[in-house]
Design a protein around this ligand. Sequence first.
Ligand SMILES: [Zn+2]
Length: 255
Amino acid sequence: MAPVATRAVLLRGYDYGDSSRILRFYTRELGLLSVVAKGVRGRSGKGTTAMSNFATGDLTAYVKPQRDLHTMKDFACTRLREELGREVLRFAGASAAGELVLAHAEAERQPGVFEAVERALDGLAEAPTPRLPATVLSALWTITEAFGFAPQLAPCVRCHRPLGADEVGRFDFAAGGVRCAECGQDMAGPRVGPGARAQLADLLTGTLPDDFTHPRQHLALVSDFIAYHVASKPLKSLQFLGGLMPVESGVVDDG
Ligand SMILES: [Zn+2]
Protein backbone atom coordinates (compact mmCIF):
# COMPACT_ATOMS: atom_id res chain seq x y z
CA MET A 1 0.00 0.00 0.00
CA ALA A 2 1.38 3.40 -0.97
CA PRO A 3 1.48 6.02 1.79
CA VAL A 4 -0.49 9.26 1.50
CA ALA A 5 1.37 12.55 1.90
CA THR A 6 -0.26 15.72 3.20
CA ARG A 7 0.53 18.92 5.03
CA ALA A 8 -0.77 18.47 8.58
CA VAL A 9 -0.92 20.15 11.97
CA LEU A 10 -0.69 18.08 15.16
CA LEU A 11 -3.52 18.89 17.55
CA ARG A 12 -3.16 16.27 20.26
CA GLY A 13 -1.17 13.18 21.21
CA TYR A 14 -1.61 10.31 23.66
CA ASP A 15 0.75 7.56 24.78
CA TYR A 16 -0.19 4.17 23.39
CA GLY A 17 1.25 0.85 24.48
CA ASP A 18 4.85 0.78 25.71
CA SER A 19 6.54 2.88 23.08
CA SER A 20 3.97 4.35 20.69
CA ARG A 21 1.74 7.39 20.53
CA ILE A 22 -1.62 8.11 18.97
CA LEU A 23 -1.47 11.46 17.18
CA ARG A 24 -4.49 13.42 16.03
CA PHE A 25 -3.70 15.64 13.07
CA TYR A 26 -5.78 18.08 11.07
CA THR A 27 -4.61 17.61 7.49
CA ARG A 28 -5.07 19.67 4.35
CA GLU A 29 -5.97 16.70 2.14
CA LEU A 30 -7.88 14.36 4.47
CA GLY A 31 -9.32 16.51 7.25
CA LEU A 32 -9.06 15.00 10.71
CA LEU A 33 -6.70 12.02 10.76
CA SER A 34 -5.62 9.87 13.72
CA VAL A 35 -2.47 7.81 13.36
CA VAL A 36 -0.36 5.47 15.45
CA ALA A 37 3.27 6.57 15.58
CA LYS A 38 5.07 3.36 16.44
CA GLY A 39 8.14 3.29 18.66
CA VAL A 40 8.44 7.05 19.02
CA ARG A 41 8.50 7.22 22.81
CA GLY A 42 11.82 7.09 24.56
CA ARG A 43 13.52 8.01 21.33
CA SER A 44 15.61 11.12 21.76
CA GLY A 45 16.45 13.65 19.11
CA LYS A 46 14.55 15.72 16.64
CA GLY A 47 11.86 13.16 15.89
CA THR A 48 10.19 13.60 19.26
CA THR A 49 10.47 17.39 19.69
CA ALA A 50 8.97 17.87 16.25
CA MET A 51 5.92 15.91 17.35
CA SER A 52 4.76 18.41 19.95
CA ASN A 53 1.25 19.86 19.78
CA PHE A 54 0.55 22.60 17.22
CA ALA A 55 3.55 21.72 15.06
CA THR A 56 2.92 21.74 11.30
CA GLY A 57 4.74 19.56 8.84
CA ASP A 58 4.58 17.01 6.06
CA LEU A 59 2.85 13.85 7.19
CA THR A 60 3.07 10.55 5.38
CA ALA A 61 0.78 7.78 6.56
CA TYR A 62 -0.70 4.48 5.48
CA VAL A 63 -4.38 5.28 5.27
CA LYS A 64 -6.95 2.50 5.00
CA PRO A 65 -10.51 3.32 4.01
CA GLN A 66 -13.21 2.64 6.64
CA ARG A 67 -10.70 2.84 9.49
CA ASP A 68 -10.51 5.42 12.26
CA LEU A 69 -6.87 4.82 13.12
CA HIS A 70 -4.08 4.77 10.56
CA THR A 71 -0.33 4.20 10.67
CA MET A 72 2.18 7.05 10.51
CA LYS A 73 5.21 6.58 8.31
CA ASP A 74 6.88 9.93 8.86
CA PHE A 75 6.30 13.49 10.05
CA ALA A 76 8.76 16.13 8.85
CA CYS A 77 8.14 19.26 10.94
CA THR A 78 8.27 22.55 9.04
CA ARG A 79 6.95 24.88 11.79
CA LEU A 80 7.29 23.98 15.47
CA ARG A 81 5.58 27.07 16.98
CA GLU A 82 7.62 26.91 20.18
CA GLU A 83 6.54 30.52 20.84
CA LEU A 84 3.16 29.19 21.97
CA GLY A 85 4.79 27.98 25.19
CA ARG A 86 5.93 31.47 26.21
CA GLU A 87 2.70 32.52 27.95
CA VAL A 88 -0.23 30.64 29.44
CA LEU A 89 -2.81 32.64 27.46
CA ARG A 90 -0.96 31.97 24.19
CA PHE A 91 -0.92 28.22 24.82
CA ALA A 92 -4.48 28.14 26.20
CA GLY A 93 -5.70 29.91 23.06
CA ALA A 94 -4.01 27.32 20.86
CA SER A 95 -5.47 24.52 23.02
CA ALA A 96 -8.96 25.98 22.65
CA ALA A 97 -8.54 26.27 18.87
CA GLY A 98 -7.35 22.65 18.79
CA GLU A 99 -10.24 21.43 20.94
CA LEU A 100 -12.70 23.27 18.70
CA VAL A 101 -11.32 21.52 15.62
CA LEU A 102 -11.30 18.11 17.32
CA ALA A 103 -14.90 18.64 18.47
CA HIS A 104 -16.28 19.36 15.03
CA ALA A 105 -13.96 18.32 12.20
CA GLU A 106 -14.39 15.09 10.29
CA ALA A 107 -12.25 12.93 8.06
CA GLU A 108 -13.04 14.92 4.94
CA ARG A 109 -11.07 17.41 2.91
CA GLN A 110 -11.79 21.03 3.93
CA PRO A 111 -8.79 23.11 2.87
CA GLY A 112 -10.47 26.31 4.13
CA VAL A 113 -10.54 24.89 7.64
CA PHE A 114 -6.89 23.82 7.37
CA GLU A 115 -5.85 27.32 6.30
CA ALA A 116 -7.92 28.88 9.11
CA VAL A 117 -6.26 26.64 11.70
CA GLU A 118 -2.79 27.45 10.36
CA ARG A 119 -3.47 31.20 10.38
CA ALA A 120 -4.97 31.01 13.86
CA LEU A 121 -1.96 29.16 15.31
CA ASP A 122 0.53 31.44 13.55
CA GLY A 123 -1.34 34.47 14.88
CA LEU A 124 -1.23 33.10 18.42
CA ALA A 125 2.47 32.29 18.13
CA GLU A 126 3.38 35.75 16.81
CA ALA A 127 0.96 38.19 18.49
CA PRO A 128 2.46 40.85 20.76
CA THR A 129 1.30 40.17 24.34
CA PRO A 130 -1.17 43.12 24.55
CA ARG A 131 -2.91 41.84 21.39
CA LEU A 132 -3.31 38.28 22.71
CA PRO A 133 -6.93 38.50 23.95
CA ALA A 134 -8.14 39.74 20.55
CA THR A 135 -5.93 37.19 18.78
CA VAL A 136 -7.43 34.32 20.80
CA LEU A 137 -10.96 35.48 19.95
CA SER A 138 -10.10 35.94 16.30
CA ALA A 139 -8.64 32.42 16.19
CA LEU A 140 -11.88 30.95 17.56
CA TRP A 141 -14.18 33.00 15.31
CA THR A 142 -12.22 32.41 12.10
CA ILE A 143 -12.17 28.63 12.64
CA THR A 144 -15.90 28.69 13.47
CA GLU A 145 -16.52 30.71 10.30
CA ALA A 146 -14.43 28.25 8.24
CA PHE A 147 -16.71 25.45 9.49
CA GLY A 148 -19.62 27.43 8.03
CA PHE A 149 -21.14 28.91 11.20
CA ALA A 150 -20.67 32.68 11.04
CA PRO A 151 -23.11 34.64 13.21
CA GLN A 152 -25.45 37.07 11.46
CA LEU A 153 -24.60 40.57 12.68
CA ALA A 154 -27.01 42.40 10.38
CA PRO A 155 -29.86 42.63 9.55
CA CYS A 156 -31.96 41.54 12.58
CA VAL A 157 -32.31 37.72 12.59
CA ARG A 158 -36.02 38.04 13.41
CA CYS A 159 -37.56 40.95 11.49
CA HIS A 160 -34.70 41.41 8.99
CA ARG A 161 -34.57 45.15 9.57
CA PRO A 162 -31.04 46.66 9.38
CA LEU A 163 -29.83 47.82 12.80
CA GLY A 164 -29.27 51.55 13.27
CA ALA A 165 -25.79 52.98 13.76
CA ASP A 166 -26.43 53.52 17.49
CA GLU A 167 -28.79 50.64 18.06
CA VAL A 168 -28.09 48.12 20.83
CA GLY A 169 -29.39 44.69 19.88
CA ARG A 170 -29.29 41.37 21.65
CA PHE A 171 -27.58 38.17 20.63
CA ASP A 172 -29.99 35.31 19.94
CA PHE A 173 -27.98 32.06 20.14
CA ALA A 174 -30.74 29.83 18.78
CA ALA A 175 -31.16 32.03 15.70
CA GLY A 176 -27.38 32.41 15.37
CA GLY A 177 -27.19 36.19 15.30
CA VAL A 178 -28.25 39.62 16.48
CA ARG A 179 -31.81 40.83 17.06
CA CYS A 180 -32.70 44.51 16.75
CA ALA A 181 -33.61 46.47 19.91
CA GLU A 182 -37.32 45.92 19.43
CA CYS A 183 -37.15 42.17 18.76
CA GLY A 184 -34.63 41.80 21.58
CA GLN A 185 -36.77 43.49 24.24
CA ASP A 186 -38.04 40.40 25.99
CA MET A 187 -35.08 38.09 25.69
CA ALA A 188 -32.06 37.36 27.86
CA GLY A 189 -29.22 37.21 25.32
CA PRO A 190 -26.16 39.43 25.74
CA ARG A 191 -26.49 43.05 24.63
CA VAL A 192 -24.49 43.86 21.50
CA GLY A 193 -24.08 47.50 20.65
CA PRO A 194 -22.54 48.97 17.49
CA GLY A 195 -19.01 48.79 18.96
CA ALA A 196 -19.32 45.11 19.80
CA ARG A 197 -20.79 44.38 16.34
CA ALA A 198 -17.90 46.17 14.63
CA GLN A 199 -15.37 44.27 16.75
CA LEU A 200 -17.10 40.96 15.99
CA ALA A 201 -17.08 41.71 12.26
CA ASP A 202 -13.32 42.34 12.46
CA LEU A 203 -12.59 39.21 14.51
CA LEU A 204 -14.54 37.06 12.04
CA THR A 205 -12.30 38.14 9.18
CA GLY A 206 -9.12 37.71 11.20
CA THR A 207 -8.62 41.46 11.68
CA LEU A 208 -7.65 42.59 15.18
CA PRO A 209 -9.76 45.60 16.22
CA ASP A 210 -7.61 48.63 17.07
CA ASP A 211 -9.30 49.37 20.38
CA PHE A 212 -10.45 45.93 21.44
CA THR A 213 -12.57 45.97 24.60
CA HIS A 214 -14.54 43.55 26.79
CA PRO A 215 -12.48 40.39 26.17
CA ARG A 216 -14.42 38.38 28.78
CA GLN A 217 -17.79 39.28 27.26
CA HIS A 218 -16.45 38.43 23.80
CA LEU A 219 -15.17 35.08 25.07
CA ALA A 220 -18.53 34.28 26.69
CA LEU A 221 -20.24 35.08 23.38
CA VAL A 222 -18.00 32.90 21.21
CA SER A 223 -18.08 30.09 23.80
CA ASP A 224 -21.88 30.03 23.89
CA PHE A 225 -22.09 30.30 20.10
CA ILE A 226 -19.70 27.34 19.70
CA ALA A 227 -21.55 25.27 22.32
CA TYR A 228 -24.85 25.98 20.56
CA HIS A 229 -23.88 25.57 16.90
CA VAL A 230 -20.53 23.86 16.50
CA ALA A 231 -19.59 21.51 19.31
CA SER A 232 -22.96 20.68 20.96
CA LYS A 233 -21.35 21.02 24.40
CA PRO A 234 -19.20 23.57 26.23
CA LEU A 235 -15.49 23.07 25.52
CA LYS A 236 -13.32 22.66 28.62
CA SER A 237 -10.47 24.72 27.26
CA LEU A 238 -12.83 27.66 26.71
CA GLN A 239 -13.86 27.57 30.36
CA PHE A 240 -10.18 27.59 31.32
CA LEU A 241 -9.53 30.52 28.98
CA GLY A 242 -12.20 32.56 30.79
CA GLY A 243 -10.02 32.83 33.88
CA LEU A 244 -7.05 34.05 31.85
CA MET A 245 -8.75 36.88 29.99
CA PRO A 246 -8.05 40.32 31.44
CA VAL A 247 -10.84 41.96 33.45
CA GLU A 248 -11.61 45.51 32.43
CA SER A 249 -12.46 48.05 35.01
CA GLY A 250 -13.34 51.05 32.81
CA VAL A 251 -16.66 52.29 31.61
CA VAL A 252 -19.04 49.80 30.12
CA ASP A 253 -20.47 51.40 27.01
CA ASP A 254 -22.48 48.47 25.72
CA GLY A 255 -20.00 48.49 22.91
ZN1 LIG B 1 -35.91 42.86 14.64
